[in-house]
Design a protein around this ligand. Sequence first.
Ligand SMILES: NC(=O)c1ccc[n+]([C@@H]2O[C@H](COP(=O)([O-])OP(=O)(O)OC[C@H]3O[C@@H](n4cnc5c(N)ncnc54)[C@H](OP(=O)(O)O)[C@@H]3O)[C@@H](O)[C@H]2O)c1
Length: 316
Amino acid sequence: MPVPKTFTLNNGIEFPTVGLGTYRSKPGEVEEAVKTAIDAGYRHFDCAWFYGNEHEIGQAIHSKICSGVIKRKDVFIGSKLWNNFHARSAVVPKLKESLEAFRLDYLDLYLVHWPMGFKEDAPLAPKENVQEAFSDVDYLETWQGMEDAYKLGLVKSIGLSNFNAEQVDRICKNCTITPTINQVECNPNINQKKLIKFCRERGVLLMGFCPLGRSEYSGRPGFPEPTIYDPKVQEIGKKYNKTGAQVVLNYEVNNLGIFVIPKSVTPSRIKENIDIFDFELNDEEVAYLDSCDKNKRVCPANDWKDHKYFSFNAEF
Ligand SMILES: NC(=O)c1ccc[n+]([C@@H]2O[C@H](COP(=O)([O-])OP(=O)(O)OC[C@H]3O[C@@H](n4cnc5c(N)ncnc54)[C@H](OP(=O)(O)O)[C@@H]3O)[C@@H](O)[C@H]2O)c1
């Protein structure tokens, strides 16, 4: 079976399995990165209001539409609602703000970035006096706002991010529109097999962030070593004339069955990360990658662990 280039969402939309991540892609770098990615064949971009670079990403997309390289309908642009705007009444206005930054009239995907809400006037990423920053807006209310946005035609698909199994289930049991996607950290160090299965049983597909294990954290105390640098993974890569990163991304799409959104602003890596469709790992190689799981996160969000909707204290 060929490695899938798209997965079909529960609303029938075919969504590209590999997208470009854009967190910490700086203004000044990200526009070129998106243009390089479009030329390399990417048609899916993972963005967020919180990343502060939607405007530049929109510039790159417009320039490629204007020069006739792509049509709007061929690209899939996802963004996310930040935690300070969880009130139902805030969702549509924040989405409209993102649309304005992108200069688009609809998004392809809009996600609730985290289940934990903050007060609207609190810092965006509180680290001190966090209890004062937290709001107790229920994410079910936030989801109603997401459904409003969908019904207005401002977004083609809506979904979640960083929700644990119990929270996904609670949404599914109380919604009128089932989420299409739950975007969570997923790489061989935390392969999320239980959450993938749980979500799939409810029609929700998993999208993996930090699919490369955030390679710049290599050697950083307290963080798991990215498996793209594991000697055995590199050895597997040599057999297929691929890098460790390509082996890991191939495993995630083809064997875990998830979307991946590797971030890069480096042209050679942008091209490398989408060149993963022409090989298949054998059972022994897949078993080795499966064995790397240690349920360890690069993004533990510890500052927010006392929030009533903190999602990472559940088993999965
Ligand atoms: N929903 C959420 O809460 C959430 C949280 C985190 C991330 N995300 C999304 O997921 C995306 C990916 O996660 P991430 O950026 O944290 O981590 P990642 O994609 O696992 O790793 C990105 C790092 O790997 C480097 N890199 C890229 N390709 C490489 C390759 N082939 N070989 C070696 N290193 C490579 C990049 O460097 P260069 O750019 O310098 O090439 C960057 O330092 C984000 O950009 C964002 O869109 C979502």
